[in-house]
Structure formats: structure tokens, C-alpha cells
Design a protein around this ligand. Sequence first.
Ligand code: ADP
Ligand code: MG
Length: 401
Amino acid sequence: MTSLDQLLEAGVAGKRVLVRSDLNVPLDGSRITDDGRIRASVPTIRRLAEAGARVVVTAHLGRPKGAPEERYSLAPVAARLGELLGADVAFARDTVGESAHETVATLEDGQVALLENVRFNAGETSKDDGERAAFARQLADLADAFVSDGFGVVHRKQASVYDVAQLLPSAMGTLVATEINVLRRLTDSPERPYAVVLGGSKVSDKLGVIDNLLGKADRLLIGGGMVFTFLKAQGHEVGRSLLEEDQLGTCREYLARAEELGVQILLPGDVVVDTEFPSGDREPQPRVVPATEIPADCLGLDIGPAAGADFAAALADARTVFWNGPMGVFEVPQFADGTRAVAEALTRTEGLSVVGGGDSAAAVRALGFDEAAFGHISTGGGASLEYLEGKSLPGIDVLEG
Ligand code: ADP
Ligand code: MG
């Protein structure tokens, strides 16, 4: 596999370099509410531009269904990317059509263009190898080399991630290289004690991580929406809290295996509940109750203050911490304290602290933490989780193969 350094040494001046970035940022209309992913994409783009490449960036936004949809246009992202680079970014109104070809043809050495949302093309995410390859050929026509830097999509076998890398000389961008290095430190002989904190709402998505990390971590702290399936698995009633009934057996098995392996599983002793899921229509009425006594008409929306302190204590002497998934509905201030307590504990850990997951990273920023206080904030939720589950990542394998 070629690294970005090797590609730069070989010389990129005057060459068209296609860069797959992850620019999938949250938007409120056309306003970018969190530009973390754009900022994370800048270093690779800048290095290529400074070396005289004609940089052609491709990325997706949201989940359009293989056809153009104005609300998923990358136009606002092109503007923000230009501000961050301190240079104009030419924006192509299509991905591989006339506008893309014209835009790329008029690029000068060191200039940057962004192609319209790659998922406006059905070939990008097609399950049909031939369809994907055909679209990848259209992308490859626009460039002389490919740099894979969209860490958030490397677990996807998609045309702009996987197939195009087979058609052009390819290299790993600095963001992907950094992310993979950090993930290796979390899985290959991590420094101990090693604590893993899991939360968020995608319970079944994250159980595979527990499965794989039970053999590696010393402590597993569980909060967020997933905790209620564990509490229920222990025989407690959880009211109207988020619950995945079909995962109860799996949770029971993990609890048993943790005990066998001597892995400490920490569940919150108290939780913050309300009778309604927060919405704009009603002022939240948060109430702290023991986790074993959640009233039938309530739902758990955060870990409680005692649990926040317990979790922080369990992280205090950890030398390696991986955190994925907010501890509560942090978007609403009344349910953000648990997430804040965990984030704060991570900023104080001496060893490696890693925040993974789109919402977790957004939470850290929304709660006003300095990103530099964490060892690493990952840009790719699904990709880091799949890696930590022990799965292989097609977008990485294709570069290494
Ligand atoms: P990440 O993107 O970091 O992997 P997820 O997408 O799994 O995290 O989950 C993030 C979401 O989980 C947040 O929007 C948050 O509001 C929600 N959440 C956290 N705790 C709860 C809870 N107790 N009940 C319902 N939703 C929750
Ligand atoms: Mg998420």
C-alpha cells in the first residue's frame, strides 16, 4: 500500500488526484451545524494542493436514493471547505457529468474542486459489482490517482471507496492512517487498565463490539439507550425506556461471560427519567430514580448523578479508554449531565482516550469541551465499531491488498 508520503514523493504536481473524503455533516437547512468532519478532511487536501496536485474531492451527504435531491447538495460544504482551506473550492453541479468534467479541466495546479454528492448516482451504493465498477470507471476518468481519506465510509464496499481504488494508483490519506493507528492501539495490547464506555441509541449495532472487547477490556461501562436492555436482562423493569427485547438473551450471555473473564461491567445505579421523550412542546420534568425502580410510565433519558460519579471514578486510573455513544439524550440540557461527566473524565485520563461515533463527537463539541483535551476524536462511528468488532474494512483491505 502507498502512503500519502510515498505518493507525494513520487510527485503529484499537475496530476489530478481524486480524494474520497467524509464530508457528511449535519445541516439545518443549508447551515452546517457541526463542521468537524470538514475540518478533519482539510490536512490531506491541503497537503496535496500544496504539492501542486489538482485536487478533486468526492463525498456524500445524507442518504439520497441514487438520484439528485437538492436538500442533499454539497454546495454549502464546498463553501465551508473553501473557508477552511483559505482558497476557493470549485463546485461541480454533478458528480461525473458535464459539470464535473468542465470543473476538473479548468483546475490549475494546487486548486481544489468538490464534486456534487456521490450518492446522487445509483452506482455508488449498488450491490451489483458490475454497476458499481461502471460508476467507479466514470469517477476514475476524472483523475490520475486516488487517495482514500473518508474514514467514516471505509467499512462500505462502495464505488468511491472500494472499486475506484482498484482502477487508479491509490494511497491512504492522513486521516484514515491516523484513525487506523489509533484503532490498532485499542485492539493490539492496549495499556491497562483498559475501560470501554458504551451508550447511544443503536443498541444492536454495538453489541458486536461488546462481544469482541469483552476479551480485551478490564472494565465495561454501559449507559445511554442501550443500558435498559441490560437492566431488563438482569430482571429489572425499565418502564417505557428504549428496549430491544430480542437482544435480552445476548445481554444475559455477555453479563455471564464478563463474570467468567473477570471483566467488570458497570451499569448505572441511578437514572434520570421523564414521562415523555423530550420534544419542543413541553418543558422536560427530569426525575432521578434508582435504576432498579424505573416507574412504569417513565423512560430513562440519562444516567443519574451517582452513576456519573461512579463512571468517572472507574475511568480515573484507566490508561486506555474508548468511548462510544452518549450517556443520555445530551441534545436536551436536562439530560446532558451523564454525557458531560463521562466526557470530563476522559479529558482527565493519563493514557489514550478515544471518542468514537458521530453523535459522541458532536456531543463533546456541543458541550463545549476542547477537542485537544482528548487523545483522539474519531470521525467514523460505524467504521470504528466494525473494526473493534474484529471485522475487516473493505476500504482499507483494498488499499493494502
Ligand atoms: P454515536 O453516533 O456516538 O455512535 P448513537 O448514534 O448510537 O451514538 O446514539 C446517539 C443518540 O442516542 C443521541 O441522539 C442520544 O439522544 C441518544 N440517546 C442517548 N441515551 C438515550 C436514551 N436513554 N434513550 C433514548 N435515546 C438516547
Ligand atoms: Mg449516531
